[in-house]
Design a binder for this molecule. Structure first.
Ligand code: NAD
Length: 349
């Protein structure tokens, strides 16, 4: 396993490995960049097939956090952590406490929060051993869970994209294909429904499909059909790499605006979307509501109004990105990367 010469290393400031034989913890923390402030990013727990897969994941994710926070105008750097193990089998209070010990070794250069495989409850247990945890503030709107703020931010960004594409942000009668109606997707679906959009949803978890159909009157389609629908918008809210050669050829939507991280299978797919006349809202710009929420939870004093106001800036940031892309001919993803790099003073190419 190479580290410094790893293809995803990209000038990381620090990568730390930690193991605790007693609890079975094996974890990696990657700190990509701290130019703008301490690094903040979630802690993912996943049964990685090997160490290399875990390292690859944490490096890619922590770099993404630098760009996301810079674009969201936060005084934060980018970092991420992964715990190697099955969250349903290997997660114990002792393991989470050991993760807290690991965090303490970095003296606040990295702050963690919930991610796939970890919950608000897990963060509370980690916080018994360290103060370098966010997303546990019981006074926040949802007891620490950033998902509702992520959904609000995606909704704001989606409206900005609709405004740019059609000259009006009115969603009434718009047809939306939404993939994944989990924590973020379901809330986004609710906001879309309230705004008068017509919803087509897919999810591999039947309970989540049923909830969206029963509570929101959404039309359920299969996981494959979701790419073939004659709709105005596509909102990916499930997993990454969803925009690839195969799916882009099938998509009929004119706007892509969703919560998933790493939506483009490869950077070149941003150009495929542009060439097909599809407006793509870069993932880390539109899904920053959660990191904004978690940032405020770290502050000693803040109001909910401040959080909402900050989340609303996702709309104007995206408008700028769309406009610059139109003016320069660059893809929206390239423009977002350049703006973020200007902000954190990074990226040596
Ligand atoms: P979640 O696990 O609550 O929901 C994801 C849903 O997608 C689940 O219901 C799952 O069954 C479904 N799904 C998985 N594979 C699918 C497939 N092939 N087709 C259809 N449905 C599928 O996760 P979440 O918190 O709602 O996050 C959704 C996405 O947004 C993830 O990519 C996540 O990384 C990203 N994101 C989340 C947040 C947040 O605050 N939760 C913040 C930023 C980005």
């Amino acid at each position: 396993m190479s580290v410094f010469s790893h293809s995803a290393y990209d000038n990381h400031e620090q990568v730390a490995f930690y193991s605790d034989a007693k609890s079975g913890l094996r974890a990696i923390i990657a700190i990509h960049n701290t130019n703008l402030g301490p690094s903040l990013g979630g802690c993912r727990m996943w049964p990685y097939v090997d160490d290399n897969e875990a390292l690859n994941d944490v490096l890619r994710l922590s770099r993404g956090m630098t760009y996301k926070s810079a674009m969201a105008g936060l005084k934060l750097g980018g970092g991420k952590s992964v715990i190697i193990g099955d969250p349903h089998q290997h997660k114990t209070p002792a393991l989470l406490h050991a993760m807290g010990d690991f965090l303490n070794t970095l003296n606040g250069r990295y702050i963690t929060a919930e991610d796939s495989g970890t919950s608000v409850e897990d963060m509370k247990i980690i916080s018994e051993n360290t103060k370098n945890v966010s997303g546990v503030n019981a006074h926040s709107v949802h007891g620490g869970d950033p998902s509702p703020s992520t959904a609000s931010g995606v909704f704001v960004g989606l409206k900005a994209a609709v405004q740019h594409r059609w000259g009006s942000a009115d969603l009434k009668g718009m047809k939306v294909a939404l993939q994944g109606v989990g924590n973020v997707g379901f809330r986004l679906a609710k906001l879309l429904k309230e705004a008068g959009a017509e919803l087509f949803i897919s999810d591999i978890f039947t309970d989540n499909v049923n909830r969206a159909v029963t509570e929101l009157g959404a039309t359920a389609v299969s996981s494959e059909e979701i790419f073939d629908l004659d709709v105005d918008l596509f909102a990916p809210c499930a997993m990454g790499a969803v925009l690839n050669d195969e799916t882009i050829a099938r998509l009929q939507a004119k706007v892509i605006a969703g919560a998933s991280n790493n939506q483009l299978a490869e950077p070149r797919h941003a150009a495929s979307l542009r060439d097909k006349g599809i407006l793509y809202a870069p993932d880390y710009v539109i899904n920053a509501g959660g990191i904004i929420d978690v940032y405020y939870q770290q502050q000693s004093e803040y109001t909910l109004g401040q959080v909402t106001e900050h989340i609303d800036t996702i709309g104007s940031t995206l408008q700028e990105v769309f406009q610059r892309a139109d003016e320069t001919g660059a893809t929206t993803a390239e423009v977002a990367d350049r703006v973020a790099e200007e902000r954190f003073g990074g990226a040596i190419h």
